[in-house]
Design a protein around this ligand. Structure first.
Ligand code: ZN
Ligand code: ZN
Length: 215
């Protein structure tokens, strides 16, 4: 059993399983899923639903929208190969290693002040993805939540007013959330953070994804 307490939402897992998540958020999802058996199982469930939908001739939809849906599912399922497992000794799960060019020791950090370091990862144009290194006891760099922000802890931990986030935990923040995350004393906190402009979800099962769109 892992100690992960903060998980991905169903909407995010569904969007990822159907290929409707940006590359940057997809990287955070894939990295969390590779650390979390619970979310992996839920995601496999959504992938099965996508497959069943394709097989089910009784689904009553307009031919044109059925075609569009099938195209999206096909594209999506093809794009979401299941994340591979990671060696327990690695700090970065394998989906992240592909972007970081290796493990923690290989990161090209840049100082951003206050002992905080960051490294930008190349993903899509809509999402900004970075690795953050925050000394124990230091606060996270200023980050307003204009859209969605996903922060996944890889090493150490941070706390805000309500919660503690340790390795594998993911925090999903939006405009509504105002918090002051602080790295826990004693160990540098390494995080993977992704932010976006407004979310762009298109695709299948829009009603199920809608609650997420309202965020
Ligand atoms: Zn999880
Ligand atoms: Zn935040």
């Amino acid at each position: 059993m892992s100690d992960i307490k903060h998980h991905l939402t169903d909407s995010l897992l569904m969007a990822y399983a159907s290929g409707n998540l940006s590359e940057g958020f997809g990287l955070v999802v894939a990295t969390h899923v590779s650390l979390c058996d619970e979310c992996r199982a839920r995601m496999e469930g959504f992938e099965a639903v996508g497959g069943a939908l394709m097989d089910d001739e009784a689904v009553a939809v307009e031919p044109s929208s059925l075609e569009a849906t099938l195209a999206l599912i096909e594209r999506g399922l093809g794009a979401s190969a299941p994340p591979t497992r990671t060696l327990p000794s690695a700090i970065f799960p394998s989906p992240l290693q592909a972007y970081a060019g290796g493990d923690l020791d290989d990161v090209n950090w840049r100082n951003v002040g206050g002992g905080v370091k960051q490294a930008i990862l190349e993903t899509d144009e809509e999402t900004s993805v970075r690795l953050l290194s925050i000394p124990g006891g230091a606060a996270m760099p200023d980050h307003g939540h204009r859209g969605i922000e996903m922060t996944l802890v890889l090493k150490g931990a941070f706390k805000d007013e309500d919660d503690r986030f340790g390795r594998g935990d993911v925090e999903i923040a939006d405009e509504e959330l105002h918090h002051t995350p602080i790295a826990e004393e004693g160990e540098t906190c390494i995080c993977l953070a992704a932010t976006d402009a407004p979310l762009r979800f298109t695709g299948w099962l829009p009603r199920l994804v809608q609650p997420f769109l309202k965020i």
